[in-house]
Ligand binder design. Structure first.
Ligand code: XMP
Length: 511
């Protein structure tokens, strides 16, 4: 099926990905590209959105897109910096604003019955975040709406399907933002709302069938949402030719290796469980530095996976659960090449499985879409709703060196904590939770005996993407019950603390 794609040109705004997510919520397919890299297949895009930017259209750091194939030829919505750009370089004027234009404001319409504002009432709340302001509209500009502090809050260009807004429709505080995007994309640009989880599954399975034919594919399952949904899509496309490998590094949650392996088998996946716990623990022996632990785990994982991949004769592809945020190219403030320089592997030194061709069925999806796609394939709710869990697992939650005994203690503590979150219906309102084993012994008293045992910290955070996070205000009663249960049941622990640090300045994991 040919979708009417929407192109989002990114000028480096912190909200660009949010624009894409709002558009996708309307069942419309969109892609984010850097402002200076208009895709070659521009004819496949029906509408274009210009994002905001930390830069100013005045001065030297102005970011210039090439709109030759866009202006007047496609429906165009310019947001914040985009709106200022259109004004400043088409006969209008942009100047520093006198008042701080940040936060909530209310729209008042200048022109009634403008389709752009269909189903939106005057007074509707919008979110402003800018330090320049449009003093004068561009040539053929027609004012559509103002707020108390911002006269030129929304305008259109006569004779074109070009609309511009100073506020951010993508943020939650703009109450009718989704309606506004729908008005522009569906009713003005005429874009189809046909990007649904079901259509994604059908199209992806067809594409995978065609691309992979009778080839064999190997995929490393982690127990997480992304690799599981990727596996399910591939399974639908190529069945037994998908060879899944699920490695137990000995640092998973209690019983997780067994339980998740059974769940994968229940889904019909061709999966092999490889218990390499001893190999990982050997490699970790004596290591205390977090980065050294991560490296050791990464190295052993590659060795184990490579050994297993060699067992599959004639395998041609490596499947990965890469998602869209991992592949969006970021825009640097200067508009030059992005600051993140990708490391290049020495091809000769790569493990064999890394020389395989790579297939990434989820690389167009955001995390919430991965979950919806999984749900549309009737995948288990528990599997899709699982908290993120780091690749190095409990190794980075055991501060200091790692022993089998410490892993056992932490698995027991973690199982009680997570089990109680589920029992008290708190699990789904928490983004990530886990326990940390501290390298601290403290004095306690049990019965009449003095104890000198380990202390554990519990951590539960709210977040959307792990970049920032807040600790969760768990009920005291829950903490009390959980702490008692841990101290009574887990031999070797006599003290429980709750981590009340946000990220930043702390991080989610302690290592
Ligand atoms: P931090 O601790 O950086 O964690 O605030 C942010 C998110 O990343 C996860 N995390 C990792 N995931 N390998 C992973 O696969 C790692 O080495 C790693 N370190 C942190 C963490 O669990 C949280 O979700």
């Amino acid at each position: 099926m040919q979708h009417n794609n929407v192109l989002i040109l990114d000028f480096g705004s912190q909200y660009t990905q949010l624009i894409a997510r709002r558009v996708r919520e309307l069942n419309i397919y969109c892609e984010i590209h850097p402002f200076n890299k208009i895709p070659n297949n521009i004819e496949d895009f029906k509408a274009v959105i210009l994002s905001g930017s930390p830069n100013s259209v005045r001065g030297e750091a102005v970011l210039h897109p090439d709109l030759a194939e866009i202006r007047g030829k496609k429906s165009l919505l310019a947001v914040c910096y985009g709106a200022q750009y259109l004004a400043h370089f088409s006969g209008g004027e942009v100047a520093p604003s006198n008042t701080r234009e940040y936060g909530r404001a209310n729209l008042s319409f200048v022109k009634d019955q403008e389709p752009f504002f269909n189903n939106i009432k005057t007074g509707s709340q919008v979110w402003m975040s800018h330090s320049d302001t449009i003093k004068q509209l561009p040539e053929n500009g027609m004012l559509l709406a103002s707020t108390h502090d911002v006269e030129n809050a929304a305008y259109k260009i006569e004779g074109e399907q070009t609309y511009a807004i100073q506020f951010h429709p993508e943020v939650y505080h703009t109450t009718d933002g989704k309606q506004l995007l729908e008005n522009f994309l569906v009713h003005i640009a005429g874009v189809n709302q046909d990007w649904t989880p079901q259509s994604f599954v059908e199209e992806t399975v067809d594409e995978l069938k065609e691309k992979l034919g009778n080839d064999k594919v190997v995929l490393g399952l982690s127990g997480g949402v992304d690799s599981s949904v990727a596996a399910m899509l591939l399974h639908k496309a190529i069945g037994k030719n998908l060879y899944c490998i699920f490695v137990n590094n000995g640092l998973l949650r209690k019983n997780e290796f067994h339980d998740v392996l059974e769940q994968y088998k229940g889904m019909g996946l061709n999966v092999k469980g490889v218990d390499a716990s001893a190999r990982f623990l050997d490699a970790l022996a004596g290591l205390s530095d977090p980065e050294q632990k991560r490296k050791a785990i990464g190295r052993v994982f590659i060795e184990v996976f490579d050994d297993e991949a060699h067992e599959i004769t004639d395998v041609k592809w490596l499947a990965q659960g890469t998602i869209y945020p991992d592949v969006i190219e970021s825009v640097s403030a200067t508009g030059g090449p992005s600051a993140t320089i990708k490391s290049h592997h020495n091809v000769g030194g790569l493990p064999d499985f890394m020389k395989l061709k790579v297939v990434e069925p989820l690389k167009a999806l955001f995390k919430d879409e991965v979950r919806r796609v999984g749900a549309s394939m009737d995948m288990d709710k528990m599997l899709l709703g699982r908290h993120p869990f780091p690749g190095p697992g409990l190794a980075i939650r055991i501060l200091g060196d790692i022993t089998a005994e410490k892993v056992r203690i932490l698995q027991e503590v973690d199982a009680i904590f997570i089990g109680n979150l589920k029992k008290y219906n708190l699990y789904d309102s928490v983004w990530q939770a886990g326990a940390i084993l501290l390298p601290v012994n403290s004095v306690g008293v049990m019965g009449d005996e003095r104890t000198y045992e380990k202390c554990v910290a519990l951590r539960a955070v709210e977040s959307t993407d792990g970049m920032t996070a807040d600790w969760v205000n768990l009920p005291y009663e829950f903490l009390q019950k959980t702490s008692n249960e841990i101290i009574n049941k887990v031999k070797g622990v006599n003290r429980v603390v709750y981590d009340i640090s946000s990220k930043p300045p702390a991080t989610i994991e302690w290592e």
